[in-house]
Write a protein that binds this ligand. Structure first.
Ligand code: FEO
Ligand code: CA
Ligand code: CA
Ligand code: CA
Length: 742
């Protein structure tokens, strides 16, 4: 039986497993409920609003824009003002930028990345995604390249490599002639090999060289750097879990390698010029159809905690190629225990996904790495704090699912500026040994970093899972953070470090989930303080519908500090929402919902970009990008949030105190761009001169009802007419050639 496309409900159901709540721990709930009553003064971090001068010196290459070296003084947001008129909210099928600005498509799904590859027909018949841009563009990074074309030059605006994540392959099947066949967990028959191969190749990362023609960038189709990393590319497993028995598979019995990267969502980059990419919703790719009794209790606990559920797993059915030639290139997507030992099957394959991966764009032949020191989760991305010679390296990462955590990694090795040209060898030095922490946000506005190691008694003594060692802790970082008592957050998406003052920002996109979400099962707390009803047409959603952006300042502004002070920089809301919801005072010029992408400009220190991935305000506006000039932690005030009284675990007191940043006037937060219909705006990078901003438009037309009937497409962007919609990278410039936004 061949299931025909159009089974949209089936697909949607399958996709929803990605967002399943897998955190059943009660670790943070009880004491936080109590803590609401004893709200105290904070302020133990006062007097640390600018980075210590020492941290500004001797940084090797200009990592994260050393504004002191570049400008003679630290540029502050207060020195900046917007040079554009805010874009109006709209639901047209166009990309809207401010008057006086232009947007041009650089690279869309399927576009050739090498000379001689035929133009993409966009009718499902092109099968060679190994030489085309992948699907669902997400985060990306511009790496300036020296004139010789051999190495990273962070100051080069003329020549560069662009690394682009491809989060998923369009579930509706625009890449296939007639949509996907035998797709979704209910399917039991084999999928056509051509479909599986194409979807696997459309995942991963694209690396292309940019050449400037006059003032415009284009792809150099002859560059030796142009390549794809896909869900079949061989990766080294690196760091503590390398060689672990828990990583052993038939492909790599020694547990030192795996094939493929998946759901590359947010990104980051290192001080040595390599690309970091987060493996986010990988769990749903693995089939598990076996009785729990055949696995150990620990294995079952781990599968449950990461959402690899027997009934719903394996939405792509990649393990079900099924024909005579069903080699382990396909069967590896099944984690069923089928052989005598772990080195003869793929029971451990899921342990080799869920990592931050490191790719050297300047070394096309170097094997990319999975950095296991940063823990296994649904990684959104990975963001590096400012580096200081002689101090550890610090990277922040978040786990994007409801009730999951924010983490940071602190390296054992101390930063040596000589490593700024070290490539993947520097990655081995700094990323493979260190300590992973999870964040606890206290209700008094302070926070602490909880170490995830066997030296932490809470982890050694955890009743729900007996960790064997520190490798087990990293592979099951979610369970370790449960044990340590981390704070459940409203879906951590992107992070970023403000180059003007070192403060760290994280988007918390939303938490809307009926009986299992924030304010119903999970108590409100000061850092996740909202529960309200929001209407979109006749559909009512409850919870933290519009999301917020949290930020913190590490003690003494030292990234490796064990404690911090936080507030909520912005609360998403509709401008006309009640004041108890619109806590940041958003107006028609800057109201938004579901923040996701978040990125500090390096060309313009103090300028912050915010991107949305929303489904709750989309009756009024498509997803958007805003420009922001943020202040600092503590620039607002403590606020009592009066929520709807829904009992939580018997507690009906839904009044919560939080700390809100200063009101977001249109001079400090302004809508810069609105995307086409049913897209998400994600991914942003810039040329070092600040004159070109690169933005990704992901999955326009996502809610189309057919992959083949143009009348059923909700978007035809970017090609127009009757075309199938495509994700794409666009370049935004100011018509007078000046810097973008300020
Ligand atoms: Fe892939 Fe959390 O966005
Ligand atoms: Ca995202
Ligand atoms: Ca998102
Ligand atoms: Ca998306």
């Amino acid at each position: 039986m061949i299931k025909k496309p159009g089974a949209r409900a089936v697909i949607k159901k399958a996709l929803s497993s990605d967002e399943a709540v897998c955190n059943a721990s009660a670790n943070d709930s009880f004491d936080q409920v109590l803590a609401r009553a004893r709200f105290g003064r904070r302020g133990f971090l006062k007097g640390s609003s600018s980075l210590a001068a020492a941290s500004m010196l001797g940084m090797g290459l200009a990592f994260l824009t050393d504004s002191v070296q570049k400008n003679g003084k630290a540029a502050m947001a207060a020195d900046l003002s917007f040079n554009f008129k805010p874009v109006t909210k709209n639901i047209t099928d166009t990309l809207t930028v401010p008057e006086g600005y232009s947007a041009r498509v650089l690279l869309a799904t399927g576009d050739p990345i090498k000379r001689g590859v035929t133009p993409y027909k966009n009718n499902g018949t092109d099968n060679d995604f190994e030489v085309r841009a992948g699907d669902h563009h997400d985060a990306m990074q511009y790496f300036g390249m020296d004139a010789a074309g051999t190495a990273w030059d962070p100051s080069s605006s003329d020549r560069a490599l662009l690394c682009i994540n491809h989060e998923v392959c369009e579930d509706l099947g625009f890449v296939h002639p007639n949509g996907p066949t035998e797709y979704g967990p209910e399917s039991t028959a084999a999928r056509p090999q051509v479909e599986v191969d194409k979807e696997v190749a459309a995942h991963g990362v694209t690396i292309v060289e940019l050449a400037k023609q006059g003032s415009a960038y284009d792809i150099n189709p002859d560059s030796r750097y142009n390549r794809r990393v896909t869900a079949t590319t061989v990766f080294d497993i690196q760091g503590p879990a390398r060689g672990s028995a828990m990583m052993a598979t038939a492909f790599s019995p020694s547990g030192e390698q795996t094939r493929g990267t998946l759901n590359n969502c947010g990104h980051g980059y290192t001080p040595w010029g390599t690309y970091l990419s987060g493996e986010e919703n990988w769990a749903g790719y693995f089939h598990r159809r076996e009785d729990d009794a055949v696995r150990t209790a620990k294995e079952v606990t781990a599968f449950d905690r990461y959402g690899i559920k027997s009934e719903t797993s394996g939405r792509y059915n990649w393990s079900r190629f099924g024909a005579a030639g069903n080699t382990d290139l396909y069967s590896r997507w099944s984690v069923n225990k089928v052989a005598a030992s772990a080195d003869q099957d793929f029971r451990n394959a899921a342990n080799t996904f869920g990592w931050v991966v490191e790719i050297d764009p300047f070394k096309p032949n170097a094997t990319p790495k999975k950095r296991t020191g940063l823990g296994r989760m649904a990684h959104e991305g990975c963001w590096t704090a400012k580096v200081t010679p002689g101090e550890p390296l610090v990277l922040y990462t978040g786990d994007d699912a409801r009730n999951e955590y924010i983490y940071k990694f602190v390296s054992d090795a101390k930063w040596d500026p000589k490593d700024a040209t070290g490539g993947l060898a520097a990655g081995n030095k700094y990323l493979d040994a260190g300590t992973l922490y999870a964040a606890k946000f206290n209700d008094d506005g302070t926070g602490e970093w909880l170490p995830l190691t066997m030296r932490n008694p809470a982890i050694v003594n955890y009743a729900d899972y007996a960790f064997a060692d520190d490798v087990d802790v990293l592979i099951n970082a979610r369970l370790a953070a449960d044990a340590a008592g981390a704070t459940k957050m409203d879906r951590p998406e992107w992070g970023g470090v403000n180059p003007t003052n070192g403060e760290v920002y994280f988007t918390l996109t939303n938490s809307v989930s009926g009986s299992s979400g924030r304010g119903t099962q999970t108590p409100l707390d000061a850092a996740n303080p909202r529960f309200y009803a929001d209407a979109k047409g006749d559909k009512i959603s409850q919870g933290n519908v519009n999301g917020h952006i949290i930020r913190w300042r590490e003690a003494g502004n030292m990234p490796a500090a064990k404690v911090f002070e936080w507030d909520v920089y912005l609360f998403g809301a509709k401008a006309d929402a009640d004041a108890s919801v619109n806590l940041s005072g958003l107006t028609g010029e800057n109201d938004f919902s579901s923040p996701d992408g978040l990125w500090f400009s390096e060309a313009t220190p103090g300028l912050l970009w915010i991107q949305t991935d929303d489904g709750y305000y989309t009756d009024v506006t498509n997803c958007m990008m805003l420009a922001a000039l943020p202040g600092a932690v503590g620039d607002g005030e403590a606020k009592m949030v009066t929520n709807q009284a829904v009992p939580v675990n018997g507690d009906s007191d839904q009044t919560v105190q939080t700390y809100a940043g200063k009101t977001a006037s249109p001079t400090l937060l302004s809508r810069f761009l609105v995307g086409p219909r049913d897209c998400e705006i994600t991914g942003i990078t810039e040329s070092p001169d600040g004159k070109a901003v690169f933005v990704n438009i992901q999955h326009p037309g996502e809610n189309s009802e057919s992959a083949t009937d143009p009348t059923q497409f909700t978007s035809h962007w970017p090609d127009g007419g009757n075309a199938r919609p495509r994700s794409a990278t666009v370049i935004i410039t100011r018509n007078d050639g000046g810097k973008v936004a300020v």
